[in-house]
Write a new protein. Structure first.
Ligand code: PLP
Length: 383
């Protein structure tokens, strides 16, 4: 059996052809492939505006800048995420406040967020960054209602959830990133995610003001748009109006992303199939403490189970060439965040989850035989 990772990209000849076509074209960056990818992605998630950027972390940083995060602004997020969800607040000098997770879906516990908000004077917190962890679609309708009561903005970190959706109170599907409930949503196109660009990210919003600001910040804060210029010296003229960054995606990456997007639904269906097989395989097992919440619309970036003797299982799988992973070490326990007063013991649900979680192989090209082998190996360990 070949090594089985927890996640991997699926690159086909179509993808290679799309990249080669850009390499032979006039533009390697700032060309037409970017806006094609942006339009196609906006269409995929059902949003008005999409801005392609160099990676998911850059997307989070620009989202925080566009929402005007300032030094000491308090923003709430989850400890069970990749560090970047919290770091984007620190880039702007803001203060990260971690709230505990829901033990069933591993996302921010809305009740815990509500407690935090209720304990402080109105205006103490500026925003919330929920994460659709593992692809579980956060109920954004509910979170929006809470955010509105306290005047907060929402950046939805949907890096795990392109194509995911929740069912709203009217029974309608609401796709992650459709801009109805979050101010801004961000996605990542790292190869372990659903759509691979190598490195890449996307920002979606229905808010035109935020859209324009994000576009400006993506390229150094520089614009040539005649409608935005304060002055005009001639055809060469541009203005730097804000302190922006170079967070552009290349056309090479955009072409790959666009080609990948065409098979995103196929990949998502396969992920849901794999999830169902795991679910069935583990449903009566005594060594299972918990497993990924099953809801319609789950995007299954990860398939997580909680088990006894997680460390032993992790090593046993490795010995059998199965490279399961742990998602995530709680961010508030990282040495960097400890300097702000966070410590082990602060968020017991997240910490308990971390002590027994393990992410099993989950990607569209995982074969039936490989999945059978993974399940068999886990059963063997606990036999
Ligand atoms: C991958 C990821 C990011 C960062 O994306 P990059 O493209 O690697 O910068 C942010 N948040 C979450 C939840 C992620 O999984």
């Amino acid at each position: 059996m070949n090594p089985i990772p927890y996640g991997r990209q699926n690159i086909t000849q179509d993808d290679i052809d799309a990249v080669v076509a850009v390499l032979k074209s006039d533009f390697l960056t700032q060309g037409p492939a970017i806006s094609e990818f942006e339009k196609a992605f906006a269409n995929y998630v059902g949003v008005r505006y999409a801005v392609a950027v160099s990676n998911g972390t850059a997307a989070l940083h620009l989202a925080a800048l566009a929402l005007n995060v300032k030094p000491n602004d308090k923003v709430i997020t989850t400890p069970i995420t990749f560090a970047a969800s919290a770091n984007c607040i620190r880039y702007c000098g803001g203060e990260v406040v971690f709230a505990d997770i829901d033990p069933h879906n591993y996302c921010l516990d809305i009740k815990k967020v509500e407690e935090l908000l209720a304990q402080s004077p109105y205006g103490t917190y500026k925003g919330i960054i929920p994460v659709d962890f593992a692809g579980y679609p956060v109920n954004m309708e509910e979170l929006r209602k809470l955010a509105d009561r306290y005047g907060l903005w929402i950046i939805e970190d949907a890096c795990h959830a392109p194509g995911g959706f929740f069912i709203d109170s009217n029974g309608q599907k609401q796709l992650c990133g459709n801009g109805l409930y979050s101010d801004i949503t961000v996605f990542s196109f790292h190869p372990v995610k659903h759509i691979a660009c190598g490195e890449g990210g996307m920002i979606t919003t229905n808010n035109e003001v935020l859209y324009k600001k994000i576009q400006l910040l993506r390229t150094h804060g520089i614009t040539k748009d005649p409608g935005l210029l304060h002055d005009n010296h001639g055809g060469w003229y541009y203005e730097m109006q804000e302190l922006g960054y170079n967070y552009r995606l290349t056309d090479i990456q955009a072409a790959l992303g666009n080609s990948q997007l065409k098979k995103a639904d196929e990949g998502l269906n396969r992920r849901r199939e794999i999830a169902n097989i795991y679910k069935e395989a583990f449903k009566d097992k005594s060594y299972i403490i918990g497993q990924s919440g099953f809801v319609e619309g789950h995007a299954y970036h990860l398939y997580v189970i909680e088990v006894e003797n997680r460390k032993g299982l992790h090593e046993f799988l490795r010995d059998n060439n199965i490279f399961a992973q742990i998602h995530y070490i709680p961010v508030h326990t990282m040495p960097y965040y400890k300097q702000f007063g966070w410590n082990i013991g602060d968020l017991p649900v997240a910490e308990k989850y971390y002590s027994c979680c393990i992410s099993l192989p989950m990607y569209p090209t995982l074969t039936d035989d490989e999945q059978v082998f993974v399940i068999k190996t886990i059963n063997e360990f606990y036999a």
